[in-house]
Design a protein. Structure first.
Length: 236
């Protein structure tokens, strides 16, 4: 197996790799890094897992590590332009009304996993629990890995298929997939679905996250989608 690689295996932490959208498209399907291969092998997916339609996740971590967070140690800090900054435990999240649905997961490099069962708390419900101040326009997200960051506008964050997920594939989110809690932004490419979610900050303007600073579009709408009113039904 070659290791030619796409952006997702070549980006050293903190380095800026400027890729145009054309270059992004040309990346096509990337063949895996060591991490991805070892996980793929563990799943018994082989080559099929690395190709679009292989119905297999590839496991990504910018840092090459998977932060291990015990359920009882998990905290989600929500702060910034909010009325009541709050720290949520996993139990706090599970005590909130759950939202679940079945939707695809699609990475910008070409692989896609259809029919994934997701469960968690609507990001919108979390925002209501802390009360967004009128100046709040966007969110930034941080990860326990200390490296990945993401962003959404407030309008994007309030979409009905954007959740703070504690279950995926019918079970608690595994460490590899970003457990105990990850973001799942259904209408956008996978890089928006930040793993090992540690903090959410409400800010007054959108700040590009890690992948965007490395060339991915800040608005990560899935192919063919231009906004909340135009999701591509074939991708759900
Ligand atoms: N913390 C963190 N979150 C992350 C990433 C990452 O490297 N680190 N990769 C992103 C990308 S590009 C994709 S496609 C998905 C992959 O999710 P998976 O590893 O559960 O398959 O996670 C996203 N969230
Ligand atoms: Mo991705």
């Amino acid at each position: 197996m070659t290791s030619s690689g796409g952006l997702e295996e070549r980006v050293p932490v903190g380095r800026r790799v400027f890729l145009g959208l054309a270059a992004l498209g040309a990346l096509g399907v990337a063949f895996g890094s060591r991490i991805q291969n070892s996980v793929g092998d563990a799943l018994g997916s082989g080559l099929g897992g690395l190709l679009p339609g292989g119905d297999r996740f590839r496991i990504y971590s910018i840092t090459g590590k998977y932060p291990k967070i015990k359920d009882s140690d998990y905290r989600l800090r929500v702060s910034g332009l909010v009325e009541h900054p709050k720290i949520f435990t996993l139990d706090d999240l599970k005590a909130m009304p759950p939202t679940s649905f079945v939707k695809a997961f699609q990475c910008v490099t070409g692989w896609r996993v259809p029919n994934v069962a997701w469960e968690g708390v609507l990001l919108s419900d979390i925002l209501d629990a802390v009360g967004v101040k009128p100046q709040g326009r966007a969110l930034t997200f941080e990860s326990y890995d200390g490296a990945d960051t993401e962003s959404l506008t407030l309008d994007q964050a309030r979409l009905p298929d954007v959740i703070v997920a504690y279950k995926m594939l019918g079970a608690p989110v595994t460490t590899e997939h970003g457990g105990p809690v990850r973001l799942y932004v259904a209408p956008m490419f996978g890089y928006k679905s930040l793993k090992w979610l540690s903090a959410i900050r409400v800010v007054d303007q959108e700040q590009p996250g890690f992948w965007e600073l490395n060339g991915y579009p800040v608005n990560g709408w899935l192919d063919g989608a231009t906004g909340p009113t135009d999701p591509d039904p074939s991708l759900t």
